[in-house]
Write a protein of this length. Structure first.
Length: 737
């Protein structure tokens, strides 16, 4: 009982006390803020609400006049210290600037893209990668990152799927909290910390047809049970800022949505940081058709709850600086509302220590940050853990020690740019270990490596096919490295066709006909409809874009030096026609029955995915059994404990990711057939068994009832635990009133 109470106490501290401690209103700071605001002119106040990009070629004059509070797009301690000097030493009130940047998956060290690192399910390593990114960015004068991107999506046509943690709100929330804690450290005031920014608020990933910037229309239930959850996790982790999104949300653009920005975020959740718009997303309210001009756009965005405008480039121009003073003068915006937003921004600047230490002290940061080697080894470890083994027939992997020759073929084999993925902040291709580099380093002392490019990623040139097939014929086996370019995903990277682009599959089929074992190494920013490959190719590694250490990670997997442990956090469809397809679907009134036409299915394809959420193979095998549910019946406020034995039933040490799913069998509202509610990474030696426990807390059983009130409904709950969403051991328990 004592243990359970401690557990619950920690839970309460984590959820309800730390956020306010980490982002509470420190009375001393609030007093200073009040004092500053009392001295500010309206132009200086609106200046704090304005973020300029470097593309506007800002002069130091505007800084000295105190008419800008933040910049993005500038980097380097020297230049940033110059800008900061103009603000702190040459403006009337010496308010420091806050410099922001998209530090999404690394700064100088490029880590795997977020969809890759989420596949590691290793939240502590993900947190460490964010910490390293924060160190490197701080050294360059950056103090604010526009990350984590926490958008949940069910649509792999949408290019920004690469930037998030996939389709599940529970996993997405765990990753969101880990990234915020990594970026912000134990204290925002730390020289190595960045203010984080949970984006894009909210439901940007629900874009219709997976088309970038497109309309989203969803129920309040979906909003609260899916899309808001990772943002709430960020707020609970003490995130300093939130970025409002481009998309229209139920008819009201997210950057002018009072319900989400003020009623939920600021009132219901008590968020004390500030909201920044996305790039010109206030000005775009005109295109959305809810503002006739920039003045109305500024009025609607600001009053909805967007505190700071991220101004676009010179073509789009600004809305806040030119219009908020007018709107105040006309009485359309009370000065108290302006002051509230200024307060939020100054609060973050105080928490960051910008008033106490505004200048970047590179010598001091260099003396306390991790070494290059330590940063690289974290990048390698995360890259290894991000790789998902999708297929491994006839034990082709790990590669045998007796192999004498390997053909390495494909457009991404020796590519040192695309593996950095979209949003690489400071791409340094010269630092990237390509797959070919990695394979040469690992194997060339005993194996002859025959490299042929074979084809490009996207054009239709087949003139090098012969050369590639020859290499395959003259080698014992083939490693084919294919996928997407990094521009085929990320922002404005939507695709309607999810096959391998260009002639890559044609070349692979020609190579396949040579009759050698083939390993497909995929580097891509989204699930791909690789049906033929799954059917015919011996082994498939989903590597996503792994960053600097790509080649070393792939080589370590190929050799077995690292036993793959990654699990998919996004469903792979067989066809675009199945989208949206995800694991936590509703059962419908007519679940599919093979022999019954009149059930929920297609005429031409099974409902099942190509690869399901949570799936990933290992070089060993794992067994789950002896599930024990502590209480078969319990009250809704009690904690239940479910235990299960996990055994390494193969002959290699390896890590399994045990996933806990729950399902409310009958409820006032249809519930998903299963919902991820916990996961644990377990390392096991061959033959070893570990009993693991999952606590099932009341919070895990909560859902919104028909009146949209969060409740725990009495009745039976299925419990499922396994190494993939489609391979679980089941049990059940009952909640009695
Ligand atoms: C972009 C993105 C946003 C990014 C911002 C600044 O349009 O939507 O994620 O942080 O502009 O680069």
């Amino acid at each position: 009982m004592g243990k359970v109470f401690t557990h619950l106490k920690l839970l309460l501290i984590y959820c309800f006390i730390i956020p306010y401690v980490s982002f509470s209103q420190d009375t001393n700071v609030e007093g200073k803020i009040n004092d500053i605001i009392s001295k500010m002119t309206i132009k200086e106040k609106v200046g704090q609400l304005s973020q300029f990009s470097a593309s506007l070629n800002p002069s130091l004059d505007i800084i000295k006049k105190g008419e800008v509070g933040s910049f993005l797009g500038i980097r380097g301690a020297y230049i940033i210290n110059q800008f900061q000097k103009a603000a702190v030493e040459q403006s009337r009130l010496s308010i420091p600037l806050i410099i922001g940047s998209d530090v999404i998956h690394g700064y100088k060290t490029t880590f795997p893209v977020p969809l890759a690192s989420a596949s590691s399910w290793d939240t502590s390593l993900i947190r460490e990668s964010a910490r390293i990114a924060a160190m490197e960015a701080s050294l360059d004068g950056i103090k604010w990152t526009f990350a984590p991107m926490v958008d949940i999506t069910h649509d792999p046509r949408w290019g920004r799927i690469v930037e998030g943690a996939g389709e599940d709100p529970f996993l997405g929330s765990a990753v969101s909290g880990a990234l915020v804690r990594g970026f912000q450290g134990d204290s925002l005031n730390d020289l190595l910390s960045l203010a984080a920014c949970s984006k894009h608020y909210v439901a940007y990933g629900a874009a219709e047809a997976g088309r970038e910037y497109n309309t989203t229309d969803l129920s309040e239930r979906s909003l609260r049970e899916i899309y808001l959850l990772p943002h709430k996790a960020a707020v609970d982790a003490g995130v300093a800022t939130i970025m409002s999104a481009f998309n229209s949300l139920n008819g009201i653009p997210a950057s002018a949505n009072y319900h989400t920005l003020t009623e939920i975020l600021k009132s219901e959740w008590g968020f004390k940081g500030f909201v920044v718009s996305d790039w010109n997303s206030i000005g775009e309210l005109i295109n959305h058709g809810i503002a006739v001009d920039k003045k109305e756009a500024a009025l609607k965005g600001f009053t909805a709850g967007v505190d700071m405008e991220m101004i676009g480039d010179s073509t789009s121009g600004d809305t806040y600086p030119s219009n908020l003073p007018l709107l105040v003068a006309e009485g359309k915006i009370p000065i108290s509302r302006i002051d509230e937003s200024v307060r939020r921004i100054l609060r973050v600047k105080f928490k960051l220590g910008l008033f106490d230490h505004p200048y970047t002290d590179t010598a001091k940061i260099k003396s306390i940050m991790l070494s290059r080697e330590d940063r690289d080894s974290t990048a390698l470890k995360l890259a290894e853990e991000s790789i998902v083994l999708l297929k491994n027939n006839s034990g082709v992997l790990p590669l045998s020690n007796n192999i004498k020759s390997i053909a390495v073929i494909g457009p991404l084999a020796d590519d040192n740019t695309d593996p950095l993925g979209p949003w690489a902040n400071t791409p340094q291709p010269e630092r990237v270990v390509t797959v070919l580099n990695g394979i040469n380093k690992k194997f060339s002392s005993t194996v002859k490596i025959n490299y042929v490019l074979g084809c490009s990623i996207s054009d239709d040139d087949t003139s090098h096919f012969g050369e590639a097939v020859n290499a395959a014929v003259n080698s014992e086996m083939v490693i084919f490295v294919a996928g997407e370019s990094s521009f085929m995903s990320g922002e404005a990277g939507s695709r309607t066709n999810l096959n391998l682009p260009g002639v890559q599959e044609d070349l692979l089929k020609r190579i396949y006909s040579a009759g050698k074992h083939v390993v497909l190494v995929l580097m891509n920013g989204r699930p791909l409809t690789i049906n033929w490959e799954k059917e015919n190719i011996d082994a498939i590694l989903e590597c996503w874009f792994l960053g600097d250490q790509s080649g070393n990670a792939v080589a370590n997997i190929l050799s077995g030096d690292y036993n793959p442990s990654g699990k998919l956090t996004i469903t792979f469809p067989r066809s675009v026609g199945q989208i949206p397809i995800y694991y936590n679907y509703l059962n419908t009134g007519r679940p599919p029955i093979e022999e019954d036409r009149f059930t929920s299915k297609y005429l031409d394809m099974p409902n099942t995915p190509l690869f399901p959420f949570g799936f990933g193979l290992s070089y060993t095998t794992f067994k789950f059994d002896n599930m024990d549910i502590q209480k078969q019946k319990l009250g809704k406020k009690k904690i239940n404990i479910v235990s299960i034995d996990v055994t390494n039933s193969g002959n290699m040490p390896g890590t399994e990711i045990a996933q806990l799913y729950l399902h409310k069998i009958s409820s006032g509202v249809s519930r998903p057939v299963k919902e991820l509610k916990g996961f644990q990474r377990i390392f096991l030696n061959p033959g070893e068994t570990k009993k693991i426990n999952f606590s099932i807390t009341p919070g895990m059983l909560e859902s919104y009832n028909t009146e949209m009130i969060k409740t725990i409904e009495p009745g039976k709950y299925d419990v499922m635990i396994g190494g993939s969403s489609d391979e679980v051991v089941s049990g059940s328990f009952e909640i009695v009133n």
